[in-house]
Design a protein around this ligand. Structure first.
Ligand code: AMP
Length: 217
């Protein structure tokens, strides 16, 4: 299965992608995580991407497309992937289609996790992630066992600077003005399935699994 999970920041996309990928036995490829890692490791790509991440703007396509296509060529992606956060623009979707074609693969299904904007803002204001592996918590809905510490790896939890203030509004604007157009792009290919993301984590997971099954039939 080659699938894309589309959802705004705070829609639960990362959590759901992780669960689905594990269940399907395919890698979870999150462009934001890959970019943050490049920034953390101070690579050339990371240095170029940093100002965009800090301000909540989209990193230029040449950088993200090359990074993702490179990742897709790794042997662990051979039997499928679950993509999260990429593509975010039509140009990226076209580049992805071309890249996959040259690997004799294609996107099978695009899952859209729908959540209202007010709910997204509320969720993002409580979101914390861990330094070591970017595990996600929410002080309102999914708190860690010990405050400020990741349950899974014991590393420190922090709030992303782009989850607050102007940057978060900008990221949501980009999502609702630009990324949302991917639903048309993939809709024309008959690949989009919409799921109500405004439910508990397990309900959303079940709805996604169901949607994938129905789409296959
Ligand atoms: P995320 O963790 O998915 O919210 O992504 C965090 C930030 O990484 C975004 O605000 C962008 O600056 C950058 N980013 C992630 N994915 C992409 C993408 N597909 N295209 C451009 N920028 C991206």
């Amino acid at each position: 299965m080659n699938a894309i999970l589309i959802g705004a920041q705070g829609s639960g996309k990362g959590t759901q992608a992780e669960m689905l990928a594990q269940q399907a036995g395919v890698p979870h490829i999150a462009s934001g995580d890959l970019l943050r890692k490049e920034v953390e490791e101070k690579t050339e790509a990371g240095r170029k991407a940093k100002p965009y991440l800090d301000s909540g703007k989209l990193v230029p396509d040449d950088l993200t497309v090359a990074m993702i296509l490179n990742r897709l060529k790794q042997p662990d992606c051979e039997h499928g992937v679950l993509m999260d956060g990429f593509p975010r623009t039509i140009a990226q979707a076209e580049a992805l289609d071309d890249g996959l074609r040259s690997l004799k693969r294609r996107i099978d299904v695009v899952l859209y996790l729908k959540v209202p904007r007010e709910e997204l803002l509320w969720r993002l204001s409580g979101r914390y992630i861990c330094r070591a592996n970017q595990h996600v918590y929410n002080i309102n809905t999914r708190p860690p066992k010990r405050p400020g510490v990741c349950d899974l790896d014991g590393s420190e939890l922090y709030q992303r600077s782009d989850d607050v203030g102007e940057a978060v509004q900008r990221r949501l604007d980009i999502f609702f003005n630009e990324t949302i157009r991917l639903l048309d792009y993939y809709g024309k290919q008959g690949k989009v399935v919409e799921v109500d993301g405004n439910q508990g984590i397990d309900e959303v997971h079940r709805a996604l699994v169901d949607a994938i099954r129905r789409h296959k039939d």
